[in-house]
Design a protein around this ligand. Structure first.
Ligand code: ARG
Length: 304
């Protein structure tokens, strides 16, 4: 089942009828991105269903994959910045999670520090916070208490800057998202809470990928029905991906400057990208998938 922009149901077969011409978007512009080298990357525990730990991480291969991502981002016009990795923080390479970064006319550039569910990941936050503070970002510290919020894993800007989609239920908590929404509303930014229900899509960035101002990849099985209806209302064109595509991180790609960086490609995804005028670029992330992450989670877009 798919939903039209007004929330009414359409059959899967008619989804393509919604596809019109791709929009010109902020994805057309050069972007600054932050990444963390995978020097200490490893799988040492079981934070999500992908982390069996049965196949050890090949760190040399991980480094090559990470370097290929940096090169692809640079080739697509991104300015790549890096943070120094810290020993003992095996997931620090997933640079999307430690803070939410944004900017607002009344405040300028700001970050909202995460309160991560896992203790080792929580220890990553101060390193990222220092990086942003040193570059003049203001810090909006939410009093999260026992609530959780996991940065751009669960908080995704609509590309037109009109709102932030906020996943909760598996990592970020409803309370965390509500506190975040209250802080953003003071800045005039709307937040849309979306309840996630598939443990294999434990972060919103595994089941929602904005392609441009008007279109997004969405895996519908990851949402409760009300949330799905709400989410679909924000896009002129909703492209459903399958469970298999979502669980192989095809919805965790990066749409940038006319390309879609993706770890795998199916004929179905190729067709969607073609309709949106995006060129697929395949990048192997096999090592990072062992930790339950792929391309989108390995970088944070920095506000202009
Ligand atoms: N092992 C990491 C964790 O479970 C992976 C994070 C992936 N990040 C993401 N935004 N999906 O926290």
């Amino acid at each position: 089942m798919s939903l039209r922009a007004d929330g009414s149901a359409v059959s899967a077969a008619s989804v393509t009828c919604l596809v019109q011409r791709p929009a010109s978007t902020i994805f057309g512009m050069v972007k600054r991105v932050l990444l963390c080298p995978p020097d200490y990357f490893d799988v040492v525990d079981h934070k999500n269903p992908y982390m069996s730990g049965k196949v050890p991480v090949d760190r040399a291969k991980a480094l090559k994959q990470w370097q290929a991502l940096c090169a692809a981002l640079a080739q697509n016009g991104c300015e790549v910045q890096t943070i120094t990795p810290a020993a003992g923080l095996e997931d620090m390479v997933f640079a999307a999670n430690q803070v939410f970064a944004g900017s607002a006319p009344s405040l300028g550039k700001f970050v909202v520090p995460s309160h991560m569910v896992h203790e080792s990941r929580q220890r990553e936050v101060p390193f990222y916070l220092e990086w942003f503070r040193n570059r003049g970002y203001k810090v909006i510290d939410l009093n999260l208490g026992s609530d959780h919020l996991e940065g751009h894993g669960d908080l995704l800007w609509h590309p037109d800057g009109s709102r932030i989609c906020a996943g909760y239920g598996l990592r970020s908590t409803r309370g965390g998202v509500e506190k975040f929404a209250a802080a953003m509303s003071k800045l005039g930014i709307a937040v849309v809470p979306l309840r996630l229900i598939d443990p294999f899509c434990y972060h919103l960035d595994t089941c929602l990928c904005p392609l441009n101002d008007e279109a997004a990849l969405i895996y519908p099985g990851a949402y409760d029905p009300d949330s799905l209806k709400k989410l679909c209302g924000f896009w002129k064109r909703v492209h459903e991906i399958t469970a298999d595509e979502a669980h192989r991180f095809m919805g965790n790609g990066i749409a940038v400057n006319g390309s879609y960086l993706t770890p795998y490609l199916t004929p179905h995804l190729r067709e969607i990208l073609h309709q949106e005028g995006l060129k697929p670029t395949l990048l192997d992330t096999s090592e990072f998938e062992k930790a339950g992450g792929s391309l989108f989670c390995m970088k944070a877009f920095l506000p202009e």
